[in-house]
Design a protein around this ligand. Structure first.
Ligand code: FE2
Ligand code: FE2
Length: 245
């Protein structure tokens, strides 16, 4: 198993070409059922990290990044919305990577990031693309989905990987890095959504349709396993479930 820290159980797996999933488990003693915090490292001319991980897990995430690239090479620190597990360690990353800047939605930059972060963000408009070299990311605004008016997601266009953050979050401390079973993602994520309901989201189904239109082949989930398969179908299924309350 590609462990980078045996004690904490942090591991790193390449889930698509040049896209690495870093995962640190939280045991059932700390969170009922166990949980995982995942970050995604896109290795390219301009390496990008999607989610910083919680601030208190920084050393574990840093150790995992260092198993693939020199962390000081990181150029972009990106995330879905402003919350501890998404961007709590932002300034720690900016400190170790002198050329790195936050890369986030324009609203996040204006409301929180340009105050919180030690260097100004590069804001992305809805559907704006940004080349990393061979890989290319595109930002999609999805206000309040599943929380945070500034929420949005990055889609990597060459591997068709949607960095889908908290969407389809699954509990459990030891999920596979990636699965081709839609049921393995859908059933636990729906059970969790009912336990921790999303805020009522105006137009949730339309926002999920917007993401589904990217036709993702990989859904890179922030909590739980990633999914390889018909990503559009799973996102539309979530949209239908949210539409029905
Ligand atoms: Fe979140
Ligand atoms: Fe999260």
């Amino acid at each position: 198993m590609p462990m980078t820290n045996d004690q904490a159980g942090t591991r790193i797996d390449e889930i698509a070409p040049k896209i690495f999933r870093i995962s640190t488990p939280v045991p059932p003693e700390a969170m009922p059922g166990g949980f995982t915090f995942n970050q995604f490292l896109l290795v390219d001319d301009e390496p990008l990290l999607f989610h910083t991980g919680p601030r208190k897990m920084f050393s574990l995430t840093h150790e995992a990044v260092a198993s693939v690239i020199d962390p000081s090479r990181l150029r972009w620190i990106s995330f879905s919305h402003f919350e501890a597990d998404e961007c709590g360690a932002l300034n720690e990353w900016l400190a170790v990577a002198p050329d790195a800047l936050p890369l986030c939605g324009a609203l996040a930059a204006m409301v929180s990031v340009d105050d919180f972060a030690d260097r100004p963000a590069k804001p992305l408009a809805d559907r704006e693309t940004h080349s990393l070299g061979n890989l290319c990311v595109q930002w999609f605004d999805t206000p309040h989905l599943p929380h945070g008016m500034e929420a949005g997601y990055l889609f990597e266009t060459t591997t068709r990987t949607l960095l889908c953050g908290d969407l389809l979050a699954q509990p459990g401390a030891a999920p596979p890095a990636i699965t081709e079973s839609a049921a393995l993602v859908w059933e636990p994520s729906e059970a969790m959504r009912k336990e921790f309901p999303y805020a009522p989201i105006p137009g949730a189904a339309a926002l999920l349709d917007k993401l589904a239109a990217t036709e993702p082949e990989v859904l890179a989930c922030m909590h739980g396993a990633s999914y390889r398969g018909d990503g559009s179908a799973l996102l539309q299924r979530l949209g239908a479930a949210l539409g029905n309350g």
